[in-house]
Structure formats: structure tokens, C-alpha cells
Design a protein around this ligand. Sequence first.
Ligand code: SF4
Ligand code: SF4
Length: 398
Amino acid sequence: MVRGFTEGLGRKEMAEIKACTQCRECLRYCPVQEVTGRIAIAPSEKIRIYRSFIEKTESLRALITGRDLPEQLLGDFTRAVFECTTCGACGEVCPAGIDTQRLWPLLRREMVKRGLGPMGSQAEIPGAIESTGNPYNQPASERYSPWFPEGPEPARRAEIAYYVGCTGAYQAQPMVRGDLMVLRAIGREFTMLEAEEEVCCGFPLYITGQHEPLEALVKRLVQAYRDRGVRELICSCPCCVNMMSKDWPYYYGERLPFRIIHITQYVLRALREGGLKIRGELRERLIYHDPCYLSRGVGVIREPREILQAIPGVELVEFDRWGRLSRCCGAGGAARKVFHENATAIARLSIDEAYEKGAHRLVLSCPACYEKVNEAMRGYHRKIMIVDIMELLSGFVT
Ligand code: SF4
Ligand code: SF4
């Protein structure tokens, strides 16, 4: 008999699964639905099917007769829940208030527990992190090279720390290089872990439902920052910020001894306090893309815009969907590892819109967006310059 489908869910998730009215408002905002047209991926459909799993396995009749679920149905559902980018746009517009950005990863975990997930190369993530400290299976000793800018080394101990993150370190190096140049320009002492010491934040494990290694990973990182006297931890990857602020306390077992902050929050504070000065001007039209886990995830929307508008000459234009309603870049939820075509097609929707709005550059603030949108540009007939926000800003500060 199939084990119960409610075992791994809390009261909030159970209430959310019951709350869906099948109104389908969410369908209009789902990027995967937009590029594939597959109804199985629709948020309403995933909830309807999961609800039927609960009914079919936990009703009195099922308990008496031991009713199993068809393998095909389980497989189709698993694919749908892993094809989702976990962007959370559906939850943002859901009249029932379902927090889908948090619900989908937990349903993925349920499918992993049944041996049906994760999908494809996602299964290699735990082994890669265990042996190299990062999901890309790249050498730990090369985490900070060759992108680390020449200049003063970080302090051994400081109240401020900067966490690079795996995607930035291995896949979006101009971005993290820009982070360091801006942090140095601010001039406040900060620390970093050694290359071999700074391991993955755990987000790829969390988002693919492979939660077993998380406790050890989180405790190791929190202790390392605690040992350096850190009170504020800065990251530029929105997924790291989410993982650290929302999930680290659970795996650590108590409140974190430091605050988590996105680099745009830290930089805007420095600009306002006069700790960072901008020199020169940029007479360009820029369009800024809100990363799902930054805008919907932790509500950082205003800060990147204020930073860009602080550069004299900049004209900032917006996507039709921006802020909490922004469209995913296609890279989210580790879905890009398996569903490459969806990810590329979604990224090209943003390229098209940025191009049509006459932007000189598309500004990003997430390493996964940076990597995916750059990749989607290859072989595409439309071209637009892509830049990370700190990569751009680093050219205007000293
Ligand atoms: S989280 Fe995003 S990709 Fe997933 S179902 Fe919702 S809108 Fe679609
Ligand atoms: S918008 Fe919310 S209530 Fe309506 S179908 Fe989608 S998930 Fe269900």
C-alpha cells in the first residue's frame, strides 16, 4: 500500500491544499504554462492531483482495501512538480493565499521520499556537494579563482561577512567580482570564509527535495561565521538569501546569531549614509529584472531600483510584470538542469521584452538569472547587453 500523502506536510500546507478553489487565476502568470501550454504543470492541476492522492490513499475505503495509485499518475505528477520553476508567481496572485513558492518544494520532497524524484542530474547534487562543497562538482580550491579581484584581502574576523555562493563563484563570475569591488569601495571591514570552507548554502538540496544533508551543512556554515564574530551576512544570490533567512534557523535548531542581508540592501544603506560615492554618469536606458526569490521571496524590490537611479543619466524602464509580479527568468527551482528548452524559452521572453522596450542593457541581480539569460542569448536573433547590478555599479565607484 502507498504511504500516506499527508505525513510530511504541516497544518499550513494541508490547509493550502484544501483551500484551492480551482479558480485558475494562477494559470495566467505561470511561465512554464506560457511556453509549454501543458495543463499538467498548472498550479491548480498540481493541487487537484495531490488532493486526489490524499483522498485515494487516506480515505476509510483505501485504508480497508489498500488501494494503490497508478504509477503513470504518480510519474506524471512528479514531472509536473519538478518542471515548475518554483517562481511563486502563482501564489502571488492566488485569491486563496496559497504560498506556492514554499508549497512546491515540500511536494517535491514528498515525491523524493517515495523514490520518484528528483529528476535527471538533480540526483547528483548531494554527491557533488559532499565531495566538492558545490552542486557543480567543481574543485573547492578554485571557488575564488580566477575572478577574485586584486586588492586588500578580507579580514580574518569582522562583524560583516560576504558569502559568494556557488552559482556566482562558478557560473556568474563577473557578478561576484563586482560585489567585491563595491564592498571594497564602501571601505568597511568584512570577512569571508576560506575557499574550501565556504560550501553550498543548501538551497539546491532544499529545492530538489533532498533534505537529508541539510542539517550538517547549515550547522557547519553557521558555526564558521559565528567563530569569526559575524553579525551581518551579505549575499548576492537571492536563493542563498532565502535559504539562509527562512530555512537555516530550522536546520540550525535556533535563531541565527547574525542577520542575513542582500547586497543591494547593504549597498543602498551605504549610499544613503554617504559611505559610498558614485562618480561619472551613464546615459543609458536600463531595464531591471526582479529575481523571483528576491522580489517575491524576501520583498527586496525598491533597493536595486534606487541604486540604479543613483547613477546620473540612467533612465530606468520596467517590464510589464515587475516587482512581486515579475516573470521568472527560466532558471528557477533547479528545473533548468532537466528542462533546458523551457528555461531557454522563458528567458527569451524577457530578452524580447527588454529589446522591444529599447533598453540598452538588461540588469540582473541573481547569478542563476545571469547564467540562464546569457545562455539563452546564444544563437538567438535578438541581442541585448546583460549586466549584473554590482558589475555595473563597480564601474562608478572607487
Ligand atoms: S511556481 Fe511559477 S512555474 Fe511553478 S506553477 Fe507557479 S507560476 Fe508556474
Ligand atoms: S489561483 Fe490559487 S485558488 Fe485559484 S486555482 Fe490557482 S492555486 Fe487554486
